[in-house]
Design a protein around this ligand. Structure first.
Ligand SMILES: Nc1ncnc2c1ncn2[C@@H]1O[C@H](COP(=O)(O)OP(=O)(O)OP(=O)(O)O)[C@@H](O)[C@H]1O
Ligand SMILES: [Mg+2]
Length: 260
């Protein structure tokens, strides 16, 4: 029996004026899989994530999630279907408490646009509160639930972003540079946390410049350069692929984490 991939990107293309930021990119994430997306700065990784999550419209191509075409949906509709993401530049709301930041994610799970969800908030209060506490505990943030997000350390804010995404009860979690700005200990802890989520059945797609993090965590790695997919394979295959090494010329792939 064959099962369809959880996520399938078909010939995704995005132009910004004359620039082809994403150029005919195809790839899949299978159910339960941990997939890394790597590539030099400006390769088009974040743009591809924006296309997948419908934050940016495709110029051409399509994206399928759980065997339906989601290409023309709005980002909150995609989230409701079970695809949650974090952002390269943290987007936590600094003047809201940690609890409220996560509960906004939980509101999205109730099938409304963020505005409608806020308006109907009272009706779901109990479910939202329960889900929010579950996720806060999961992410080790229960003790700082009442703090303003602005007062958290950078490392904790990164967990807060992930917690807000998890509040949606996603099936696919998309992380854009989760380890950026973290020290080695924090990065190792984050790796363990993400792997536990995966062990519980969550599928993962992540962009990361820290090669150790990607190679230890991911079962498969896609490599992007100048908008195109140039390689797709196991970490072992990728790390000795001459095309990949060439794309990283001048920035030793082994040390890309420190360089970024
Ligand atoms: N909204 C936009 N308008 C115009 N150009 C854009 C826009 N977003 C991205 N680009 C361009 O598209 C290209 C790909 O950018 P993108 O941010 O996707 O790269 P990236 O692989 O995520 O890089 P990094 O590793 O530095 O985060 C870059 O040349 C960037 O300047
Ligand atoms: Mg990026």
């Amino acid at each position: 029996m064959t099962t369809t991939p959880l996520l399938e990107i078909r010939n995704a293309t995005r132009r910004f004026g004359g620039l082809l930021a994403v150029d005919d990119f195809s790839g899949v994430v299978q159910r339960g899989e941990r997939v890394g997306l790597i590539g030099p700065n400006g390769a088009g990784k974040t743009t591809l994530f924006n296309l997948i999550t419908c934050f940016t419209p495709l110029s051409s191509g399509s994206v399928r999630f759980d065997d339906s075409d989601i290409s023309s949906l709005k980002s909150f509709e995609v989230a409701r279907l079970g695809m949650a993401r974090t952002f390269q530049n943290l987007r936590v709301m600094p003047n809201l408490s940690v609890f409220d930041n996560v509960s906004i994610g939980a509101l999205g799970a109730f099938g409304h646009s963020p505005v409608a969800a806020l308006l109907h908030r009272r009706g779901y209060a109990e479910d939202i509160s329960r889900r929010t506490w579950e996720v806060l505990e999961r992410a080790g943030l229960q003790d700082v639930a009442g703090e303003l997000a602005a007062n958290l350390s950078y490392g904790k804010r990164k967990y807060l972003e992930i917690a807000r995404a998890l509040a949606l009860s996603p099936r696919l979690l998309i992380l854009d540079e989760p380890a950026a700005g973290l020290n080695d200990t924090e990065t190792a802890q984050l790796g363990q946390f993400v792997r536990q989520l995966s062990d519980e059945g969550l599928s993962l797609l992540l962009v990361e410049h820290d090669m150790n993090f990607v190679m230890n965590l991911c079962e498969r790695v896609m490599v992007m350069a100048s908008g195109r997919k140039i390689a797709d394979g196991t970490p072992q295959e990728i790390s000795r692929d001459p095309i990949v090494l060439e794309a990283y010329l001048g920035s030793d792939i082994e040390n890309e984490g420190e360089a970024a």
